[in-house]
Write a protein that binds this ligand. Structure first.
Ligand code: TMP
Length: 194
């Protein structure tokens, strides 16, 4: 099963992905991975994406170049070997950040999904949702901020709205979880939904 965690900054996705993977590991093999990244070339691309600003279309292409590497070298082989895959962000993040947040081209996003992922698509996606201000405060308290976190609050509100739009479009795949709850309650809500 391919499971993804999505959400804005400071929602606790990485912590919850680790917890979910640890739980699933009691039953069998699990690949815990993240985007941008999750394969050597994709991790190198993460460095490029986070260290400087890009032309918006170039940025979307780079996210999908990293994702293609990740799918081809890590996710698809793991799924083929019967492992569960728990991924911290996937293509929905590109929709939320590059299309929703940055006003990028939704048709290009769809074309890249269809043309590069070869049908590899999450069976279950958790939206770890919380108010933007609270999430950004949490992210800031963590220390270093990346260049997306540093964008204005309007950007992050558009990202949140775009995630909700995706969840409403594909309700069978998405589960919206209140990420402002205590950590244990968030983990329990995800496990209950699985
Ligand atoms: P992270 O902080 O969750 O590791 O993700 C790094 C940043 O990259 C985060 O601010 C969101 C951003 N991002 C996009 O803008 N588009 C994408 O497709 C992905 C996967 C991440």
């Amino acid at each position: 099963m391919f499971i993804t965690l999505e959400g804005g900054e400071g929602a606790g996705k990485s912590t919850q992905a680790r917890r979910l993977a640890a739980h699933l590991a009691q039953r069998g093999a699990v690949l815990l991975t993240r985007e941008p990244g999750g394969a050597p070339g994709a991790e190198a691309t993460r460095g490029l994406l986070l260290s400087r600003a890009w032309d918006p279309r170039a940025e979307m292409l780079l996210h999908f170049a990293a994702r293609r590497e990740h799918v081809a070298r890590s996710i698809r082989p793991a799924l083929a070997a019967g492992a569960a895959v728990v991924c911290d962000r996937f293509a929905d993040s590109t929709y939320a950040y590059q299309v929703g947040g940055q006003g990028g081209d939704a048709a290009l996003w769809r074309m890249l999904v269809d043309g590069t992922l070869e049908g590899v698509w999450p069976a279950r996606t958790f939206l770890l949702d919380m108010p933007v201000e609270a999430g950004l405060a949490r992210a800031a308290a963590r220390g270093e901020t990346n260049r997306y976190e540093a964008l204005d609050i309007g950007f992050h509100q558009r990202v949140r709205e775009a995630f909700h739009m995706q969840a409403a479009r594909e309700p069978a795949r998405w589960r919206v979880i209140d990420a402002a709850q205590p950590l244990d309650a968030v983990t329990a809500a995800m496990l209950a939904a699985l």
